[in-house]
Design a protein around this ligand. Structure first.
Ligand SMILES: Cc1cc2nc3c(=O)[nH]c(=O)nc-3n(C[C@H](O)[C@H](O)[C@H](O)COP(=O)(O)OP(=O)(O)OC[C@H]3O[C@@H](n4cnc5c(N)ncnc54)[C@H](O)[C@@H]3O)c2cc1C
Ligand code: SF4
Ligand code: SF4
Length: 1024
């Protein structure tokens, strides 16, 4: 086999490769270092710079790219979601991303129960399309929202229900693939095969027959063995037969080949009937050993899944507000000590009654095993679904640990026979202790594959400890006759263990298979055959040489600047982590590349990816680019890598929706990182006229409203197209957009009303006749100057409910004692400054507001806002601006109008007589409202309107995102975001009220549907 090219040679070929790809294909070609860097990692500890990245648009593009790469001797690495855990999707190669354009169903055969799909099809998307037919593809990996069928086949992936359905190898019926010589071969039933597939099959059969005794001796007899190539297709060793009729299917040779043998063009899959009914029995154990020992007995009852969650993970889930309630439904007694482990035992079938009998058998069995009353029965589908979500989030819950030490995946899917599971887990726990670490156990008890990751610091002594633990773990796997690689594949991490597992003869045979398929070593070299050592630090993402550049961030990131204790998982004090970027780098490094942000579910993350499907417009792509910038790997000429053009490119479409802050399992907070980028970038390039117009709007708004005739003059822009065009040319504000209408009569014009809403903290703290204390209501710039009716409605509602209202306004003394850079009398949250990267100005303005509010907050007085983006600045950015305790106190009392009213209603204190609704109600949540879990209160409040039956619009970001949607260069993307689901849902319901709290959301709705959405205050006021 040809030796892979050295890096230097690959670089020489890079330009030629890119040139030919651009000339001879229609795909997207990327050779810049940032783009390559974004494809240099998967969800493993490894990193390798691709030679180039190619996103093909047609099958011809792929065929041409393979041929061009072969001619130039550049390796080819196929990629799906890039969620592999062992480094199999990293390599110095031409990386070809299937996930953007190859995601269609090629053929669905309902009679045969099969489907043919392109390799970039995501599992969840396939299953969503199959649901209407009562079918599903049952290899239910935890990454179902991101994993592609090509990647799943590449890794021979396995789901939670593999005990019932098997792994990918048991469910793939055929693969059409490009071979290294560019030919397409059809791999399927061996007996019916022909051409290249038959020749290759015959060759492998020859090897398998010759090595039959070796195969018998060295292939572990467990379901979960994914190491090497499936040489045993001809003499099956898996607990579950590869095919139902005992025939040989040649596509199974490609399953688990990690892109090293051929490039999949399409895959034929076996579908299963979607189970009509499911029940869950959650067994609580006071002893971990007992839980492991019981698994072997439980599987005899015929469950479809037996999944473990250990005490550490239960405790982590209990301490996480999103999971606490759900995990406690699984406990026998949520008020007593957390059990050492729980096993989630699922039974499914066509009808409900037999499943309840199974549940009863489980209870009886546990009684027989000495644990009567240890099962929580769960037959309700919703409760089961919620609990499975917590189980699926298991790894991510663990990975949210801050500090350099991280739970590292390298022995986390060894599979052992169930009789030995208890002894194996006990012995491995002792090994961890010996090396000063600890493992958290979870996952597939049914098939003896438990996930466990010791916490290691790869920048320091992690590699040595990894080696030591791996050696000892392998001894245990051998002792218990298990499989070392039982789920996540070989990649860079387990390649060297293939020969350990199978011995020299089979290893040699695997090399011969590779040679027969790919004699020149084109496809994904260094995986499965000739792998490097797992602890070769030149492949690490964080090698000991990894250095962060010293940097003073604009915000306070000290909460991330910590180290952790690998045994107790406790973190050191904020600011003690030794990060030269003062915590910013560590916050960025929280991204472990798991790819969860590639989701398309009902939540929000990540709007820019949802419309572009580009890695660079994805939270992960942004975090990787920032990591490369902060560790000086981008080779930028600019003064500050953080403010470089490479970072600008990825931040361009980030709408600062804050969804990742909540939905990214490790809490990567890109909206705050964008503020850091903007501060650094604008420092380098200066502020544009548009930046100034946006940033200073709260300051000049009063001048415009108070200057006679000026408001009307400026509004002409919305009616005279050439003015809008001129503005677009001068300032980059899209002429396609209407701008908010200036008014000469604003909230602040009514001096009498404003004066009537001035109360001291003490005055508000004294209950009135109705027994109510007062509240503070923020008159933000947008509602005060452009939509005063919202403030008036809020005042009306609050007064009707019996609250006195203080509206913050700077008094003369405040204006005098604290000179500001502004001429405004009104307070402001500083949001518009943050949008322009003017952090100092934002700190000054927000600091004034926090100072004013702190005495009210200290008395426990609710601080109510109407505009989500303004209100949540008090709960979010204000906490990282160095304001100290006063900001924390204010943040605890800051809430949206609906949060306040809904909480008052819950305790029976809300006195509002609301009239019945005459129209249906649709509600759209602002992204920041969703990020801070403030949508539920809005829905609860709307339900107080008799007969309203409000419906939540399941939408991501509306696409307006402050000034984003007004910007000429972003208008198209902005519209696409809105068209994903928000606008179509509104159009389908022409008679409804549309309620949206965000001023820019309302604007987008108006521009896109010509419908007037209202603030929640308005719909409440209208029903008084
Ligand atoms: C949090 C988390 C949870 C996980 N849970 C599970 C789990 O429950 N079960 C499980 O089995 N795995 C799990 N994994 C691992 C991973 O998600 C799966 O292996 C997944 O199936 C990989 O899919 P992908 O699209 O990301 O593949 P990628 O990582 O992109 O690719 C995987 C392999 O397939 C090859 N490949 C991709 N496309 C092609 C093609 N067209 N032709 C030839 N080869 C190709 C690649 O070269 C690579 O070697 C988990 C990972 C994470 C981060
Ligand atoms: S940003 Fe978050 S969700 Fe996306 S890959 Fe990184 S850790 Fe996962
Ligand atoms: S803030 Fe929103 S747009 Fe930006 S990365 Fe996060 S989810 Fe994506």
């Amino acid at each position: 086999m040809n030796k892979p090219l050295e890096l230097k040679e690959l670089i020489i070929h890079k330009e030629q490769l890119a040139k030919r790809l651009r000339q001879e294909t229609s795909g997207e070609v990327m050779t810049d270092i940032a783009s390559r860097g974004r494809y240099a990692t998967d969800a493993s500890i490894y990193q390798a710079m691709p030679v180039a990245v190619f996103v093909p648009k047609t099958a011809e593009d792929i065929a041409n790219a393979i041929q061009i790469a072969a001619e130039l001797k550049v390796p080819v690495l196929a990629r799906g979601g890039g969620t592999s855990q062992c480094g199999q999707t990293t390599g110095a190669a031409l990386v070809i991303d299937n996930s953007k354009y190859f995601r269609s169903t090629v053929d669905l055969n309902l009679d045969k129960g099969t489907v043919d799909v392109e390799p970039g099809m995501v599992l969840d998307h396939l299953n969503a399309s199959l649901k209407q037919h009562g079918l599903w593809f049952p290899v239910d990996v935890s990454t179902a929202g991101q994993a592609t069928i090509g990647g799943m086949a590449g890794n021979n992936s396995c789901g939670s229900r593999s005990i019932a359905y098997g792994n990918m190898v048991h469910n793939v019926l055929g693969i059409d693939a490009w071979l290294a010589n560019g030919q397409i071969a059809q791999f399927g039933n061996y007996a019916n095969s022909s051409g290249a597939a038959k020749q290759l099959g015959d060759f492998v059969k020859g090897l398998a027959d010759k090595l039959h005794p070796e195969i018998e001796a060295h292939f572990p007899k467990v379901l979960r063995r994914v190491a090497g190539y499936n040489l045993d297709v001809f003499h099956p060793q898996s607990e579950l037969p590869y095919t139902q009729d005992g025939s040989v299917n040649l596509s199974h040779l490609l399953v688990g080949s990690e892109g090293t043998l051929a490039y999949f063009k399409s895959l034929k899959l076996k579908l299963a009937p979607l189970p009509q009914h499911k029940v869950l029995g959650v067994v609580n154990f006071a002893s971990f050993f007992k839980a492991m020992d019981s698994a072997q007995h439980i599987v005899k009852l015929g469950p479809t899944a037996v999944e473990l969650v250990d005490r550490t993970m239960i405790d982590l889930a209990r301490s996480n507000p999103s999971f606490k309630k759900t995990i406690e439904t699984a406990l026998i007694d949520p008020h007593s000590q957390t059990p050492e482990a729980i096993l989630l035992v699922e039974f499914s079938g066509e009808s409900h009654a037999p499943l309840l009998e199974k549940l009863k058998s489980l209870q009886d069995l546990m009684g027989d095993l000495g644990l009567p009353g240890s099962v929580v029965p769960m037959s309700d589908a919703n409760s089961q679904k919620n609990l499975w979500e917590v189980r699926k989030a298991g790894l991510n819950i663990m990975m949210s640990l801050k500090g350099d030490g991280k739970p590292v995946s390298f022995i986390e899917d060894c599979a052992v026979p169930l009789e030995s599971l208890a002894e194996y887990t006990q012995a491995l726990t002792d090994v961890f202790a010996k090396y000063g670490s600890r493992g958290t156990w979870y996952a597939h008890a049914s098939v003896g594959t438990l996930h466990v990751r010791p916490i290691l610091d790869m920048r320091r002594d992690g590699a040595a400890k990894m080696r030591a633990v791996a050696e000892e773990a392998s001894e245990l796997v051998r002792k218990y006759k298990g499989a070392y690689s039982g789920e996540h594949g070989d990649g860079l991490c387990r390649g060297e263990w293939i020969s350990w597992q199978f011995g020299p003869k089979i290893t040699e045979a695997l090399t011969e298979i590779k040679h027969a398929f790919d004699s020149k070593g084109l496809f994904n070299p260094g995986k499965i055959i000739d792998p490097p050592k797992m602890d070769d630090s030149s492949y690490f993402r964080y090698p000991p040489s990894y250095k962060v550049i010293p940097l003073q961030p604009a915000l306070d990131w000290s909460a991330w600047n910590v180290q952790n204790n690998p045994v107790t998982e406790e973190t050191s004090a904020p600011g003690t982590g030794g990060d030269p970027a003062m915590g910013l780098a560590k916050a960025v490094e929280m991204c472990n590349n798991n790819g969860h942000c590639r989701k398309f579910d009902a939540e929000v993350m990540c709007p820019s990816y949802r419309v572009t499907r580009d890695e660079k417009h994805l939270t992960r792509g942004r975090a990787n680019t920032l990591r490369l910038a902060l560790s000086n790997q981008l080779d930028v000429k600019d003064e500050s890598p953080l403010g470089s053009d490479a970072v600008k490119e990825v931040m361009e479409l980030c709408v600062s929706c804050k969804a990742c802050r909540r939905e990214c399992p490790t809490g990567v907070d890109m909206a705050k990182m964008k503020i850091e980028f903007l501060a650094a970038y604008k420092k380098r390039v200066g502020h544009s006229l548009r930046d100034m117009a946006v940033a200073y709007l709260p300051q000049y708004a009063s001048i415009i409203s108070n200057t006679p005739g000026l408001a009307a003059l400026l509004n002409l822009r919305n009616h005279i197209a050439p003015i809008a065009k001129l503005q677009e040319w001068l300032m980059g504000i899209s002429a396609q957009r209407s701008l908010p209408t200036w008014r000469s009569r604003t909230f602040w014009s009514n001096k009498k009303q404003v004066a009537a809403h001035h109360f001291t903290p003490d005055q508000l703290n004294t209950p009135n006749q109705q027994g109510n204390k007062g509240v503070v209501l923020l008159a933000d710039t947008f509602n005060a100057y452009f939509e005063n009716e919202n403030l008036q409605a809020a005042l009306k509602v609050l007064k009707e409910a019996g609250y006195r209202v203080h509206i913050p306004q700077k008094n003369k003394a405040e204006n005098k004692t604290k000179p500001t850079n502004t001429c405004s009398k009104e307070f402001c949250c500083g949001r518009t400054y943050l949008a322009a990267g003017m952090v100092d100005q934002a700190k000054e303005t927000l600091g004034e507001l926090v100072d004013h509010l702190a005495p009210y907050a200290e008395k426990g007085i609710p601080i109510i806002g109407l505009e989500p983006s303004c209100l949540f600045t008090l709960k979010d950015e204000a906490l990282v601006m160095g304001f100290g305790e006063r900001a924390i106190t204010v943040s605890k009392h800051a809430q949206l109008l609906e949060e306040f009213l809904a909480s008052e209603a819950k305790v029976g204190k809300l006195n509002l007589n609301l009239k019945a609704a005459t129209r249906p109600v649709l509600f759209h949540g602002h992204c920041h409202q969703k990020s801070f879990a403030a949508v539920t209160p809005a829905m609860e409040l709307l339900k107080l309107i008799p007969g309203a039956e409000p419906k939540l619009i399941e939408s991501s970001c509306c696409g307006m995102a402050g000034s984003f949607g007004y910007e000429a260069e972003h208008i198209e993307v902005s519209k696409q975001m809105a068209e994903l689901s928000l606008l179509p849902t509104i159009r389908k319901s022409p008679d409804s009220w549309v309620v949206a709290d965000g001023t820019s959301c309302r604007h987008q709705i108006h521009d896109g549907t010509q419908r007037d959405a209202v603030h929640i205050a308005q719909i409440l006021a209208a029903h008084l």
